[in-house]
Design a protein around this ligand. Structure first.
Ligand SMILES: Cc1ncc(COP(=O)(O)O)c(C=O)c1O
Length: 446
């Protein structure tokens, strides 16, 4: 009776055991029941603790330690930015105001437009600040764009192997990702007829595909797509009245690639009819190019007035802090400092990539020589038996984890067959690379 208030203790009411039971069940804590909504439950991954990854990290003093190569970061050069940020100023008032509402303060949008004009267009054209909206990170921006451009149950076609985070970023809004495989024969870009086939087959199942979602430069492949191939699929998509959303978060991480990077924004402004240009949207962020994932800056670039005004409405749910907008605006407009910083970043990435790949070459490990982004796509099919399955890939992944090499299996990226893995090497001390290569080369599933 400990949960029953006094009123239930009167003889008449205690006789009414049904009522007492109801009250008890409504007030007793019942730990076995889930207490969150169904829609939240659908987004909760069923994660088991990974006992294979619990050992101490590698260092020269702990050479048998685990090496985390799953998160696409660049932590090789933190000092110059810390020093510059500590000198940046912001007006005191912006601490006590709402930074001009959702979508970003005008001063920050101007600075971002200046920075992106150089990054995406090589300063041949200027991006106008009114085409820009800002929220907290590309993750949040992708979700907002999915909310605005699609209805629940709609689909986005996406060349695969694809960024495994896309599904999580947009699925809460009910947008489904449809992988469209592409391989080296077509430069990893599916030709328009293949995209068209995927669109029709989904349409026959009652699903509308109104978005072509790209990640360029490509995570997980670590490469830059060829301009003409990209232009061909963009032209096809806009002719079909589809939106093209190009995630260009790695535009500034093209360090060794021989294929030059061409932004979807540049293709839109030079090769797409004016009437269709407002179907092309670029999403980017400061997490990779500038190595600032902790500052949570996500950017949308679009000329679509409906998308822009909707972003003004929902941007308030993920507004970037005012002081950060002012401080970063100062840094982005400091051309000399910024270009020096970006140059240094490229040098560091190029050197690390060369160190890593020369170890791969020494140990006979196959990889896609893309020279862009913060990831490398490994081909470990020769570590698996012939005619291997996805279960074999899982087992190889477990073996590698046991050896302390933590990389991401290709299945999560919708790789075409088992045996491919994505490695994100730039948050690891390059002195660990020989050990990474040695451990991989000595792992075989037989
Ligand atoms: C292709 C791609 N898009 C988006 C994100 C998320 O970026 P942000 O840190 O800006 O949310 C990532 C992070 O790894 C990414 O690789």
């Amino acid at each position: 009776m400990e949960y029953l208030p006094k009123v239930f203790e009167s003889p008449e009411i205690v006789k009414c055991s049904v009522l007492a039971q109801c009250f008890r069940s409504a007030t007793s804590p019942r730990t076995e029941e889930v207490t969150i909504s169904k829609r939240a439950q659908s987004g909760v991954p069923n994660r088991k603790p990974n006992l294979l990854t619990s050992r101490k990290p590698w260092s020269p003093e702990n050479p048998s330690g685990s090496i985390m190569l799953r998160i696409a970061l660049n932590t090789l050069l933190p000092e110059p930015f810390h020093a510059r940020l500590s000198r940046a100023k912001f007006p005191r008032e912006c601490v006590h105001s709402y930074a001009e509402g959702g979508g970003g303060a005008q001063i920050f949008k101007r600075a971002v437009a200046h920075y992106l004009s150089r990054l995406l267009l090589g300063e041949q054209q200027q991006i106008i600040p009114d085409s820009i909206r800002i929220v907290t990170g590309a993750t949040s921006m992708l979700e907002s764009v999915a909310f605005i451009l699609s209805d629940r149950g709609d689909c986005a076609l996406c060349p695969s192997p694809l960024y495994s985070g896309f599904a999580g970023d947009v699925e809460r809004m009910g947008l489904n990702i449809i992988p469209v495989p592409a391989g080296p024969d077509t430069g990893f870009v599916p030709p328009p007829r293949k995209l068209a086939r995927a669109r029709v087959s989904n349409w026959l199942k009652g699903r509308k595909c109104n978005i072509l979602l790209l990640c360029h430069p490509c995570n997980p492949l670590g490469l830059v797509f060829e301009r003409d191939k990209l232009a061909a699929i963009m032209k096809w998509a806009v002719k079909e009245k589809m939106h093209v959303v190009s995630d260009e978060i790695y535009a500034g991480t093209v360090h060794t690639s021989v294929t030059p990077f061409t932004s979807a924004w540049k293709i839109a402004s030079t090769e797409i009819d004016e009437q269709h240009r407002d179907l092309v949207h670029v999403v980017t962020s400061f997490s990779k190019d500038l190595s600032l994932p902790g500052l949570r800056v996500g950017v949308l670039l679009t000329n679509n007035s409906n998308l822009l005004s909707s972003m003004d409405q929902i941007g308030k749910f993920s507004m970037l802090a005012g002081p950060m907008q002012y401080a970063l605006a100062e840094i982005l407009l400091d051309d000399e400092w910024l270009h020096g910083y970006i140059r240094q970043q490229h040098q560091v990435l190029r050197r690390a990539y060369q160190q890593l790949t020369s170890e791969f070459d020494r140990f006979g490990i196959r990889y896609l020589d893309g020279g862009a982004t913060l990831v490398v796509w490994l081909d470990l099919r020769n570590c698996l038996p012939m005619h291997s399955t996805w279960a074999d890939e899982d087992r190889l992944n477990d073996l590698l984890s046991l050896k302390g090499v933590l990389i991401s299996p290709g299945r999560a990226s919708h790789a075409s067959e088992p045996g491919f893995f994505r490695m994100a090497p730039y948050s690891v001390d390059p002195r660990a690379y020989p050990e990474v290569a040695r451990r991989i080369a000595s792992t075989r599933l037989r």
